[in-house]
Structure formats: C-alpha cells, structure tokens
Design a protein around this ligand. Structure first.
Ligand code: SF4
Length: 132
C-alpha cells in the first residue's frame, strides 16, 4: 500500500493558490513558520492572523478541497478543519491497512513540501514587491 498520493489535481490547486499569492504581493503567513508549526496552540495563534488576508477566499477554497493538508489555511488549523470535513472513518479491519511509520513520514514530508511551496510563493511575491 502506498501512503502517498499527491494528485495532479492538488498540484494544480496549489499552483492556483500560489498564483493568487503572487498577485497579492504578500500574505500574513509569508516567511512565518507558525502557519506550519506542529503545535496546535501555535497554529491557533497563526490562524487568527489570517483575517484580512488578500487571498483568504482562494486559500479557503483550497483548504475545503484538501482538508487534510497540514498547517493553517484560511484561519483554520488542521484540527479545526478535520472535524467538520472528515468523513466518518471505519476502523481498520487489519493492521495492514494502517500506514507504516515510513509511509507516515513520507506523507508528512510531501505535506510539508506543499506547505513550503505555498510559503515560498508568498515570500517571492513579497520580495518582488508586486502591488496588491
Ligand atoms: S494561510 Fe491562507 S488565509 Fe491565512 S495568511 Fe496564509 S494565505 Fe492568507
């Protein structure tokens, strides 16, 4: 079983969000690791600063499409998003259906890669000084 499925649709959606960030010039999460912190408390603090973000609606659309993404999106932490959007899960029938630690780590790395791409786009937009 593969623990990682980085769909083309998700890459396209991420690029659309990245383009919106570049057009906006900057976002509150630019160059700020609190949005991708592993700490729920730190994520909660970061999430409050999403209000007023110029790409809030695009970010919200992305997060609704991919609620399992790690980090803060559109004012919602990972914990905020999942209870609302998560479909009820059936308990695994066999242990083989559970991700191995290596698969979990690989999945986490891919999620972090996408989060970093989003932040790099925000950073680049800030450095280019693109007006909002
Ligand atoms: S997570 Fe989304 S809404 Fe929040 S600051 Fe970053 S781009 Fe804006």
């Amino acid at each position: 079983m593969s623990g990682v499925d980085i769909s083309e649709a998700q890459d396209v959606a991420l690029e659309i969000l990245a383009q919106a960030i570049r057009r906006a010039g900057t976002t509150p999460c630019a160059d700020d690791d609190r949005w991708i912190s592993d700490s729920p408390a730190v994520q909660a603090l970061a999430a409050r600063r999403c209000q007023g973000c110029p790409v809030f609606d695009q970010c919200d659309a992305y997060a609704q499409q991919f609620p399992r993404e790690s980090g803060v999106y559109a004012g919602l932490t990972e914990a905020d998003r999942l209870p609302v959007t998560q479909e009820p899960r059936k308990p695994p029938k066999r242990r083989r259906t559970v991700l191995t630690p290596e698969e979990r780590l690989q999945h986490r790395r891919e999620a972090s890669r996408r989060s970093r791409a989003r932040h790099r786009a925000a950073q680049a937009a800030t450095q280019e000084g693109i007006p909002a």
